[in-house]
Design a binder for this molecule. Structure first.
Ligand code: AHG
Ligand code: MN
Ligand code: MN
Length: 335
């Protein structure tokens, strides 16, 4: 039987053989993976661990926090603050950036995360996850400020997610393709189970929250209308639909078998560019998707090229199989 490759070994080889990642980044990714293992443990315990239900608080975006949102956020901070690999962190669940305390050594990386993605699925035992993005602290910037985080997604040095589903799977890119690691609970380690992940360029499966249809903009409505017409319509084929309401799980399906995912701008809150967050959700997922041969745009431009104006910025998201994403994007330019 072929030898199993652990995440630790994979990262060591990426550092040593391919020179792709410096040792600080390797340590950072190891620590994030360890934190994900611990979150996975809490998720698995569910009601037995007292982790279900809401906390009595709201986050900066005005969303009610679940207990697990807060637990996952704390696990990630506690795991990452002392290792010397980070300068600061930013999270969907924290109003402002978290500087590594003075008592610990400062590293050169910035870590951003959505500690618990798919919060509405926690209590109903449906797949949820953690999404993370790693940036380098700009040179010559001794005291980190929020401005240092405002870098376009194209400048990420690592990105990934961990999905807590029937299996716990960590998916990672450091700019050299996408690899997947499944948690072996007996060994307590992530094992490489899929390398060089590729998203098929075409698909017959779309993911969008259809209940928002009446609020969509014309290009999105046209695209979905055409899919719904099936074989008899302009696309000449029948489409299938999936919507898990955990971006992590929807993107995992797309990385595994293709598809298109959309959370577009809509008329419910016209002043917001979209629902999903650029820095914690759209950027890391877009990089993973591009690294797997897919595409990601906001309808007008490549997501990874967007210059963020603020930490908690939102964005319209269209990502997945290349030809479908290009089609929806072209419908926007024809307006
Ligand atoms: P989060 O749980 O981190 O707030 O993210 C939820 C996001 C995303 O995961 C998902 O695709 C989307 O919200 C679902 O939104 P709807 O409930 O509007 O479909
Ligand atoms: Mn999320
Ligand atoms: Mn979240």
């Amino acid at each position: 039987m072929a030898q199993k490759i652990s995440l630790t070994r994979y990262l060591v080889e990426q550092q040593r053989v391919d020179g792709l990642i410096p040792s600080q980044l390797r340590l950072l990714l190891e620590v994030v993976a360890r934190a994900c293992k611990s979150i996975s443990q809490a998720v698995n315990k569910g009601a037995l661990g007292g982790v279900l239900g809401s906390a009595d608080s709201e986050n900066v975006q005005g969303e009610v926090q679940k207990k697990l949102d807060i637990i996952a956020n704390e696990v990630l901070i506690e795991a990452n603050e002392w290792g010397g690999h980070l300068a600061a962190m930013a999270s969907e669940e924290m109003d402002s950036i978290y500087l590594v305390p003075n008592r610990y050594p400062q590293g050169e990386y910035l870590l951003l995360f959505d500690p618990l993605d798919g919060s509405s699925n926690i209590d109903v035992n449906v797949s949820i996850g953690t999404i993370f993005s790693v940036l380098k602290k700009p040179e010559g910037s001794p005291a980190v400020t929020e401005k240092d985080f405002l870098q376009a997604g194209a400048r990420q040095v690592a990105a990934g997610y961990c999905v807590y589903g029937p299996q716990t799977t960590l998916v990672l890119t450091v700019g050299d393709g996408v690899s997947m690691f499944t948690l072996d609970r007996e060994q307590g380690s992530f094992v490489l189970t899929h390398e060089n992940v590729k998203i098929p360029e075409d698909t017959k499966e779309f993911a969008i929250n259809m209940s928002n249809m009446r609020h969509w903009d014309e290009p999105v409505r046209r695209y979905i209308d055409e899919c719904l017409l099936g074989q008899e319509g302009p696309r000449g084929k029948d489409f299938n639909m999936r919507w898990i309401a955990s971006m992590v799980a929807d993107v995992h399906r797309i990385l595994t078998r293709g598809g298109i995912f959309m959370y577009p701008w809509d008329k419910r809150e016209p002043n917001k560019p979209g629902k999903l967050r650029l820095m914690y959700e759209a950027n890391p997922m877009s990089w993973l998707v591009e690294q797997a041969g897919g595409a990601a745009t906001n309808g007008r431009q490549r997501i990874l090229d967007i210059q963020p104006g603020q930490l908690h910025e939102r964005v319209s998201v269209i990502l997945g199989s290349k030809n479908e994403v290009e089609r929806v994007t072209s419908y926007h330019s024809k307006l």
